[in-house]
Design a protein around this ligand. Structure first.
Ligand code: NAD
Ligand code: MG
Length: 356
């Protein structure tokens, strides 16, 4: 723990893994997070059973990784801790299957707060409801663990029925390697709302629109597609890497004075008061549940809007230009490709989230 921050941060020394010594953990889902949690838990000496539907193509992958596989209901019946790591949109249906097998004192463990915060899952009052959310995709959660490193994560307790919910969640966080790097305490509400806002306004939605708008502005003015791609998309990574390593200041320090002056005087003309008002409206829709209702209805209707927008995005000219140019520079990203693709062989619906 540290008192330098406004929130608590927990490390290995704050977590007691013996709380999982006599416990069985059911990991439901074997995708990005599921495969990493299951393997890390097992390597930490925890008794793990992976819960997957009979027809799931992930079953063979989990077995090949040396794990015990059962149906979600069977796994939940055997477990003291049930980690719900199927896609967020599939969780309510999977929860219905396992609900009869949650006993008083069991733990329902999440990696994202959406379904609890927006009341899509309402667990019984005698079950602990906790979250350990690694701030990273699953393949890194696994790779870091194998390298003896950790992955930072979030901890939240929605319901403490046993009086030990937080300690048990920390033990889980330790077993998957998160307390090696640090686990930050938050709430289901804060994690859910900041996560949705971030991916909509800044990370996924915001950055994709910024890139496309810049690209289109240059191409419409007669500049070449290649130049527009390099300026507006390719260089984005170099700039973000500098910020990631040393803050926004490190970026300003390493660009030219001309770039710094131009950026400081023009940046807020792009992200102007109107853009900030739009951000506030987007946050409001997250907070008042409008976004959650919209997304749930969209799924019930088989995703008509999602499908249409996804198709339009894929057919944007910048994608074809990028494919062509990246093929010429294939050496550039060869070492960055994720080695684990176990989440792509499933007939599932795609991710609700993106970050992380
Ligand atoms: P995913 O899409 O990678 O994998 C989900 C797995 O669930 C599939 O591989 C399959 O085994 C199973 N599955 C799919 N559809 C199913 C269905 N209809 N019924 C039953 N099982 C089904 O999921 P993910 O990205 O690992 O997300 C799991 C949880 O982790 C979510 O709550 C997500 O928000 C959270 N999370 C994800 C990340 C990330 O980087 N992917 C990071 C932090 C938290
Ligand atoms: Mg996110």
């Amino acid at each position: 723990m540290t008192d330098d921050f406004t929130t608590e941060i927990y490390y290995d020394a704050d977590a007691d893994e013996s709380l999982l010594e006599n416990a069985t953990v059911a990991v439901l889902g074997y995708g990005s997070q599921g495969h990493a949690h299951a393997q890390n838990l097992a390597d930490s000496g925890v008794d793990v059973v992976v819960g997957l539907r009979e027809e799931s193509s992930s079953r063979s992958a989990a077995r090949q990784d040396g794990l015990d596989v059962a149906t979600p209901a069977e796994a939940a019946a055997r477990a003291d801790v049930v980690s719900l790591l199927v896609p967020d949109t599939a969780q309510p249906a999977v929860y219905e299957e396992i609900e009869p097998h949650l006993e008083p004192g069991d733990t329902l463990q999440f990696a994202h707060g959406f379904n609890i915060h927006y009341n899509q899952i309402r667990p019984a009052a005698d079950v602990d409801v906790t979250m350990i959310a690694p701030k990273s995709p699953g393949h890194l959660v696994r790779r870091n663990y194998e390298n003896g490193e950790g992955t930072p994560g979030l901890l939240a307790v929605y319901r403490d029925a046993t009086g030990e919910a937080k300690e048990r969640a920390l033990a889980y966080g330790k077993a998957i390697g998160c307390t090696r790097a640090g686990v930050v305490e938050t709430t289901f509400r804060e994690e859910t709302e900041t996560d949705l806002f971030g991916e909509q306004a800044v990370l996924c939605g915001g950055i994709a629109e910024l890139i496309k708008a810049g690209y289109e502005t240059l191409v419409d003015a007669g500049y070449s597609e290649e130049m527009a791609y390099f300026e507006c998309l390719n260089e984005m990574k170099l700039i973000v890497d500098l910020m990631y390593e040393g803050g926004i200041g490190a970026m300003w320090d390493s660009v030219s004075d001309t770039a710094e002056y131009g950026g400081l005087t023009r940046g807020d003309r792009v992200v102007d008061d109107h853009a900030r008002e739009n951000m506030e409206a987007i946050l409001e829709e997250v907070q008042n549940g409008d976004f959650a209702r919209e997304w749930i209805t969209e799924n019930q209707a088989n995703r008509p809007v999602y499908t249409q927008l996804k198709d339009a995005e894929e057919s944007h000219e910048i994608e074809a230009v990028g494919d062509r140019l990246r093929a010429l520079f294939a050496w550039a990203d060869a070492e960055e490709a994720p080695e684990d693709e176990s989440n792509e062989n499933e007939d599932d619906r795609t991710h609700v989230r993106a970050d992380d």
